[in-house]
Write a protein that binds this ligand. Structure first.
Ligand code: ARG
Length: 464
């Protein structure tokens, strides 16, 4: 009997270069627990349908457990000669059980096996990511509560636009990560469809019971079409797309905080533990963690590209190209998982530089839009009000003053009677209090949202 699981029809050995070129054990060994879990379910099912007897199935199950602990302890020998994790485990079983080990692969192929293993692995990965995203949300919620009374300049085009509560700012990211969580939960539905039993591509003539395997492994349904499921990687591409969106959310935020930590912005001090120094400039404290969160996003997006190009033009059903799905999958997951962990840690530690933010808050006419809306509320057409406030801003720029510094006669010249109420909406604090729409930065609205998130995430300030 040859070392290979497929040696029967071959006479010569495999070229050494082919062995190293085609192996996947170097990266798919991390599927070992899920491979064993799926094989145990398969063995039990084989006993249920009479292709094994009950004690044979139990022997296989126990021996697979022993193999799992060896792999866990690091004493299991891996070799590129045995291609992949599936072959390694099956070979080890045969070494221990002889002909009984040779029965495990009955009614299945590595094609449905690898898809099943990856799906089991991804289910755990999704649950793990959900926990990490939730922790990040809790860190953001804690920051929203900690900094709730701080007013920030809000930007569009990176130009000062309108004032926003810091709590509103932090909750904006909570929303984004909630959508990410929802996307993973939705992806999980397509992950949770059982491939095993599709065999190589067409199913099997043996009397297997896929429903039993489905039940044992906790899949929602059995895949309906063997050709489809043995070639399907949609769920995996979708997952890496979902990871890419998380990475993009993190990257935008990282860029923002890199800017905020500069002398020019002065909005926050990054914790020392998350920065590094310069080998030549003694004063430097560089935001490397944030820069690498931004930088590693390129890898994740690259992983997505790899997968999209990988499946382009593949005929049905399984093609060996699909082995390359795992490098992208694992890399994207590992990168995003680490980023989420670090982002939550940074957010927990960071404190806004309140005086520095407040000192320049009246710069940039953050109250101009509120003034315009005040004119509209007094009956002026919106376009006319826009024009009028635009002229007032220009006047302020000439005089080097704020809108609130303009004398009453200037406002009277815009609209008689205006000067009486106008000072109540001028200045950033007044402008902020003037907001009222749902979903806005209006303080009562933000407060309502903080409470809603507390209830939703099941957290109290103490618990954070
Ligand atoms: N290592 C392979 C993969 O990851 C397992 C499936 C191999 N199937 C085959 N017919 N060679 O895709």
């Amino acid at each position: 009997m040859t070392q290979k699981t497929w040696g029967g029809r071959f006479q010569g050995g495999t070229d050494d270069r082919v062995v190293t070129f085609t192996e996947s054990i170097s990266f798919d060994r991390r599927l070992y627990r899920h491979d064993i879990q799926a094989s145990q379910a398969h063995a039990r099912m084989l006993a249920e349908v009479g292709l094994l007897n009950a004690s044979e199935a139990e022997q296989i199950v126990t021996t697979l457990d022993a193999i799992a602990s060896e792999i866990e302890r690091g004493t299991f020998p891996f070799s590129v000669e045995l291609e992949d994790i599936h072959t390694h485990i099956e070979r080890a079983l045969i070494e221990r059980l002889g002909d009984l080990g040779r029965r495990l692969h009955t009614g299945r192929s590595r094609n449905d096996q690898v898809a099943t293993d990856v799906k089991l692995w991804m289910r755990d990965a999704i649950d793990d990511l959900d926990g990490r995203l939730r922790k990040l949300q809790l860190a953001l919620l804690a920051a929203a509560m900690r900094e709730r009374e701080v007013v920030l300049p809000g930007y569009t085009h990176l130009q000062r636009a309108q004032p926003v509560l810091a709590a509103h700012y932090f909750l904006a990211y909570l929303e984004k990560y909630q959508r990410d969580r929802d996307r993973f939960a939705d992806c999980r539905k397509r992950v949770n469809v059982l491939p095993l039993g599709a065999a190589a591509l067409a199913g099997t003539s043996l009397p297997i019971d896929r429903e039993s395997v489905r039940r044992q492994l906790g899949f929602d349904i059995v895949a309906a079409n063997s050709l489809d499921v043995s070639s399907d990687r949609d769920f995996l591409i979708e997952f890496v797309f979902d990871l890419s969106l998380v990475a993009l959310h993190l990257s935008g935020w990282a860029e923002e905080w890199i800017l905020w930590s500069t002398t020019e912005f002065g909005f926050l001090d990054l914790p020392d533990a998350f920065c590094t120094g310069s080998s030549i400039m003694p004063q430097k404290k560089n935001p490397d963690v944030l820069e690498l969160i931004r930088g590693k996003t390129a890898r994740v997006v690259g992983d997505l590209q790899q997968l999209l190009v990988l499946v382009k033009g593949l005929p049905l059903a399984y093609n060996r190209d699909l082995q390359e799905d795992k490098t992208a999958l694992f890399d994207a997951f590992d990168t995003v998982a680490a980023e989420l962990e670090l982002a939550a840690a940074v957010i927990r530690e960071v404190r806004l530089r309140r005086e520095s933010i407040a000192a320049r808050l009246e710069e940039g006419f953050l109250d101009a839009t509120t003034l315009m809306e005040f004119l509209v509320a007094q009956g002026m057409p919106m376009r006319a009000a826009h024009e009028a406030v635009g002229r007032l801003v220009r006047l302020c720029e000439e005089r080097h003053v704020r809108l609130a510094d303009l004398p009453p006669e200037v406002f009277e010249s815009v609209r008689p009677g205006l000067s009486s109420g106008v000072y109540q909406v001028l200045g950033v604090q007044n402008a902020l209090r003037a907001f009222r729409s749902a979903g806005s930065t209006a303080p009562p609205e933000v407060e309502r949202q903080v409470e809603a998130w507390q209830a939703r995430l099941g957290s109290s300030e103490r618990g954070l």
